[in-house]
Ligand binder design. Structure first.
Ligand code: DON
Length: 308
């Protein structure tokens, strides 16, 4: 069933959601993020049949933060056999805040999934073991996926997070104590913070993630990004863990695989049809974009799309 989307419809959804601005809170635990204008609101869509739609501040770049955890997982899936990855990180929702240490101690240093901070840090540790220049490699992957050559890291955001890294460092050291972290903690933290500090806009994010809507294929690349099975697996992880302890509520309201970041971005996938990126910097109590979720809820209802 072809989706009936146009830019006016997207503008109408943003207008409907705009009154929510002011109800959330811009992330301030990374000081360099606190200065972002909380009133920004954007959406962009790329469809597998080559259509592009956008509304609001869709060409303004922001810090993608935890959305990068999907890209680091993709990089690891291209470097490692399946068993090697899933021996070190699980596939289940955590039901805990993204930076929690509680479960990690109880479960002996094996993170519940690759999208909480602990899981993403294990994935970055794996990349550090196999790649000679993990930061450069990630830039190459992202630039290739979205077809934009000037995607870059925000060095100020990465530095700001490194200067306030007590909790992520504690997570990494705890995993090291259980033997599930092999490289120098501060080197891997630096890579992880740089990945989180990628600056992209909604149009770039929607085109980057289109491969997850199209069985692992990016339209402009001759080689698949991942296999059809891997694309399905990544979507499943996004559906169950992409929105942290809000995954159930998000499934109820939106019903699509998605990944959020504390910069206020969310990427959502309609399998076989489209990749959607939304941005609104104010977050709810679980660290997900408050108005961004509302935009996705309106869109999924208007289009009649859900994976459930
Ligand atoms: O490690 C952190 O806390 C941040 N760099 C990323 C957290 C994040 O984006 C969680 N997402 N909603």
């Amino acid at each position: 069933m072809a989706a009936n989307i146009n830019n006016n419809m997207l503008e109408a959804i943003l207008a409907q959601v705009r009154p929510l601005l002011g109800q959330g809170k811009v992330a301030d635990y990374i000081p360099a993020l606190a200065s972002v204008d909380g009133k920004k609101l954007a959406i962009a869509i790329c469809t597998v049949d080559g259509q592009r739609f956008q509304a609001g501040d869709a060409s303004e770049r922001f810090s993608i933060q935890s959305i990068s955890k999907v890209l680091s997982l993709v990089a690891a899936m291209r470097q490692y056999d399946e068993d090697e990855i899933w021996l070190r990180v699980g596939k289940d929702p955590s039901g805990q805040p993204f930076n929690s240490l509680l479960q990690l101690e109880i479960e002996q240093g094996k993170p519940r999934n690759p999208f909480i901070n602990a899981g993403a840090l294990v994935v970055c540790d794996m990349l550090q073991s196999r790649l000679s220049a993990p930061r450069q490699r990630m830039l190459e992957i992202v630039r290739q996926l979205c077809g934009v050559a000037d995607i870059a890291y925000d060095a100020t955001v990465a530095r700001s997070e490194f200067e306030h890294s007590a909790r992520n460092a504690a997570i990494a050291w705890l995993m090291k104590s259980f033997g599930n972290f092999h490289n120098d903690v501060s080197t891997v933290l630096q890579n992880y913070f740089h990945y989180c500090a990628l600056r992209m806009n909604c149009i770039e994010l929607a085109s980057t993630f289109l491969f997850l809507a199209d069985q692992g294929r990016a339209p402009h690349l001759s080689q698949p990004v991942v296999t059809p099975l891997q694309a399905r697996q990544i979507n499943a992880l996004m559906a169950t863990s992409g929105m942290y302890q809000n995954a159930g509520e998000f499934a109820w309201r939106v019903g699509l695989p998605a990944k959020s970041g504390v910069g206020g971005g969310i990427v959502a996938i309609v399998p076989h049809e489209m990749a959607i990126a939304v941005w609104s910097p104010e977050l709810d109590a679980t660290g997900n974009s408050l108005a961004g979720i509302a935009v996705l809820e309106q869109l999924s209802q208007r289009l009649g799309r859900s994976v459930y």
